[in-house]
Design a protein around this ligand. Sequence first.
Ligand SMILES: [Zn+2]
Length: 459
Amino acid sequence: MATGEVRRAQAASTKQLFEPRYVEMNQKFQEDVSVLVLDGTIADIGPRDALAARHPDAERIDWHGFALVPGTVNAHNHSFQSLLRGIAADEPFFVWRDEALYKYTPCLDADAVYAGALFAFSEMLLHGVTTVADFFYVHDNGTENDEAVIQAASDLGIRFVMARTMYDWDGAPTAYRERVEDAVRRTRHLAVKYQGSDGVTIHPAPHSPHAASPEMIQAGHRLAKELGTPFHIHVAEEMFEVNEILRDYGVRPVHYLDSLGVLDDSTLAIHLVWLEDDEIQLLGSRRASLAYCPSSNMFLADGITKIPELLRAGVNIGLGTDGACSNNRISVFEEMRMTSLLQKVRTLDATIIRAADTYRMGTSAGGEILRLPIGKIEAGYRADFVAIDLNDLSLHPSSKDLLLSHVVYAMQPTAIRRVVVGGKTVVQDGQLQQVWNGEVRQRVTAVQEKFARMAADER
Ligand SMILES: [Zn+2]
């Protein structure tokens, strides 16, 4: 475990002038525009020469071969699942769940949880994710594991939202399960502890209609209201949940949540694959949000969420990778591409969704659904940037008018050259800046060896 303090605010006052070739603003690339950053927040955007003349005391950051785009927002992940990547791939959902998640969870102590989070968040940063919401549920009846995940995020410098899971279905491993009052107390404790922190936010996250009791879901919703945050919940990812809720409550999942009184603008649903039209309309009329995870839905053969219909109904949609053992990549640029391709082939309509739509989902809409000032290059937003290399072949033929389409459909990870969070450079040319890349590999290998010993003991 690393022992460093989680940073609560930037230590010294800083003034930086980022000077790229292009800046993406309102989905258009502007040339010869600079971005002024004061103490980690975008303070001004304007013509390069004028801004440099106005702020002679700013540190000038030469990004002349790069385009500056917002860091992407990963609205749904389970960091520990990176340690299980490849296990039970190509298996049905329940085999995958039992052979990967449930089998290895008992080996996950705070050190392993830290290793998993460091691993997941490192890979995300290297692929241009600057904020991640980690839906974390291996609490082991306490908050030590939660703190290990928060520490990993802080050590790397990624902006972090813990969707602290509230789980009480007794079919799951004991490490996931809590009594309602314990889940509320611990989630509230963490939320209060990190209130006012620059890089860490805590949201309640009752797991799902099938793995959280009605009391747990209502407690999560109440706590979200108390804290002024959204609450995250998986909804209708698989048909089995729809069938279970129909069997036990006589209604489908969205109507079930409505009957509990929790369906409103604080509802941040994950997946929403198996919905009927009236559920889509109800979600829209209540201003609920969705964290959409297309690769994971394909990997696990869940089904296809009706994204254009949800957008039309008024549901705000961000993107998530889900865990790295159900994707198995964890890049939001990848999810932009997947969202678009999957909806085009579902509807047999190439015009149904455009690069600009999925780009927005992976950036500013992600910020909106997490209620953070991120995902946009605009004064007042946090200085979370990605520098993409205009010389990368995947961004050619080169043209500022084609660049947005290239970023969504063509860009390879080789183009991601700098990643900045809150004005601080956390990735440079493939190297993490606050942690040594090799340390991440070493920690993953150590956990892998532990898994192998456990498997040998079983034989
Ligand atoms: Zn999930």
